[in-house]
Design a protein around this ligand. Structure first.
Ligand code: KIV
Ligand code: ZN
Length: 560
């Protein structure tokens, strides 16, 4: 029989697993590894100035634990530690963490980098999987365990030489999810004992990484729960999660492992990191935030954070990235736009109806909480619905297109969008509105309209209209029981189009002396449907007659 190329990892035998029935209620502690796991995976790693700017941004977001590098691995990382400490760039409540392998000279160098630090975490790791031990290092469980224990003793001894510093210890069995569970447990117990000073107040961190995502998220959760059930000193350790994203499920794996009892999450902003990256902390933290859990991380200016990360790392944030992506709060489909529009208008009822302040179709969080605005939320393309287009004009320009006019507007916007062959901005929608409805090209131009109330009955109007038709000036007079009807009678006699005016809408745009009236006037054609024109003027009657001329030009355009 042929040996298969791939084989699924064996599931974990745990009939009494508890995590599937749990709900997350509190936030884990967060540790950013952007400046180590993230930075080491950049095509162009950050220079010291860029790392400092990134570090300061992480502090502003609210990270209290930041892995600042691998100080024994490169002079640059070593110098960066010195710069952070000597330059007093580390806030008093922030721990900087430095990675080291379990090798004596690298541990010694790490402690040199940490000299004078107020709060530091020495993070030692060693690969514990058979794959690594056999194929990479030519060692075995005994040798690996010895190296981990001896290294931990050395770290303890060096930490004891720095009583003025709060030095904590993190240990990572690399490839935890590909490691024999019992061996990993035995190793972590031995390392815990070798550290020998973990307390509930100053816990040791056991970081259990999915170094490569080889298993589905439920396996990770099972392994974490199993480990926690079997590790004897639960009160004096923090169980830390460190998921990579090789199968695209790092966020799910982290969330399930939190249900399984994880206390702390290591990851990076937007998931930078080796290969497909580390778990994206922006997504995990905002997922919790969207369920009402305070995370202690401030992403209220997320676009600014994304722009800074893009500038410093040279890597762009994917446009469909949850929360931060350009399209994260953009609805393309017309029915979605319409639903969002309705939901936002009825947001005030959400508390009463759903018992929560935010419940809007297609938007699981309020973009404003992330510093993102509604204005650019809806983009228009040829699939957009009439409701969405009207919403854009209302939100961005205060223009309230009447419902009966919306299908006609949609047709014009769709024609434009198809002609340019792409999605269009709200500015372009506004241009279509102005060019097609307010100032459409056509043969008719209003020179002036002078309505005069009758001497005896001021509600009765005598109107004089002067229009240019294809450049030829014409004058017409007529009467009516209002300025608009007088205008219609007069203009109908010279334009050669049989139309009447149905109910029309008016709206004021702007305030005070600068206020403009907008009139949306439907012109009914004998047996030929209805065409809208829009007029704008400081005087409402003049706005309405301009709208009629605009409508007549649209009719002439359609029949040309
Ligand atoms: O992915 C990993 O296993 C690591 C370790 C160094 C914790 O980055
Ligand atoms: Zn990693």
């Amino acid at each position: 029989m042929k040996t298969p190329k791939y084989k699924a990892a064996a599931p974990i035998e745990m009939p009494d697993r508890q995590w599937p029935a749990r709900t997350l209620a509190v936030s884990p502690a967060w540790c950013s590894v952007d400046l180590r796991d993230g930075n080491q995976a950049l095509p162009n790693p950050m220079d010291p100035g860029q790392k400092l700017e990134y570090f300061q941004m992480l502090c502003r977001i609210g990270f209290k634990e930041i892995e600042a590098g691998f100080p024994s691995a490169s002079q640059d990382d070593f110098d960066f530690f010195r710069r952070l400490i000597d330059g007093k760039h580390i806030p008093d409540d922030v721990f900087i963490m430095g990675l080291t392998q379990c090798r004596p000279h690298l541990i010694d160098r790490t402690f040199e980098a940490f000299k004078g630090v107020k709060k530091g975490i020495v993070h030692a790791y060693i690969a514990t999987s058979d794959l690594h031990m056999k194929q990479v290092f030519g060692t075995d469980q005994k040798g690996t365990l010895r190296a981990a224990v001896e290294s931990t003793r050395r770290i303890r001894a060096l930490a004891d030489t720095m009583p003025e510093s709060d030095i904590r210890y993190e240990f990572s069995p690399e490839e935890f999810t590909d490691t024999d569970q019992s061996f990993c447990l035995e190793m972590c117990k031995a390392v815990y004992a070798a550290w020998g000073k973990a307390t509930p107040e100053k816990p040791m961190i056991l970081n259990l990484p999915a170094t490569v995502e080889r298993r589905p998220p439920n396996h990770y959760a099972d392994m974490i729960e199993w480990f926690i059930n079997n590790f004897p000193h639960r009160d004096s350790v923090k169980i830390s999660l460190h998921a990579h994203n090789d199968q695209g499920m790092a966020v799910a794996a982290t969330e399930l492992a939190l249900l399984a009892g994880g206390d702390r999450v290591e990851g990076t902003l937007f998931g930078h990191g080796e290969r497909t990256g580390n778990v994206d902390l922006v997504t995990v933290a905002n997922n919790l935030f969207s369920r009402g859990i305070g995370t202690g991380l401030d992403f209220s200016r997320l676009s600014e954070i994304a722009a800074t990360v893009e500038r410093l790392t040279g890597m762009s944030v994917y446009y469909r990235q949850p929360y931060a992506g350009e399209y994260a709060f953009t609805a393309f489909s017309g029915s979605h736009q319409d639903a969002i529009n309705k939901g936002l208008h009825r947001l005030g009822e959400a508390d009463k109806v759903f018992g929560m302040k935010w419940k809007v179709p297609y938007l699981h969080v309020d973009p404003a909480d992330l510093g993102r605005s509604f204005e650019r939320m809806i983009r228009i393309n040829s699939q957009s619905g009439k409701g969405g287009i009207a919403w854009v004009l209302e939100q961005d320009y205060g223009i309230q297109v009447p419902k009966t006019m919306q299908p006609e507007l949609r047709e014009e916007v769709q024609t434009y969008s198809e002609a340019v062959g792409r999605e269009i901005s709200s500015e372009e929608v506004h241009t279509v509105f102005r060019e097609k409805f307010v100032n459409p090209a056509g043969p008719f131009k209003l020179i002036g309209y002078w309505p005069r109330p009758d001497d005896k009955d001021p509600t009765f109007i005598h109107g004089e209209v002067r229009v240019s038709i294809n450049g030829v000036e014409k004058t017409a007079v007529a009467d009516g029981n209002g300025p608009i009807s007088a205008f219609v009678h007069a203009v109908r006699s010279v334009v050669g189009i049989d139309f009447s005016v149905a109910d029309y809408h008016e709206q004021a745009v702007g305030k005070g002396a600068d206020a403009q009236a907008l009139a949306y006037v439907p012109l009914k054609l004998e047996g030929n449907g209805m065409v809208f024109g829009v007029g704008s003027d400081s005087n409402i009657d003049q706005a309405a007659v301009r709208a009629i001329i605009a409508g007549l030009n649209r009719i002439a355009g359609k029949h040309r």
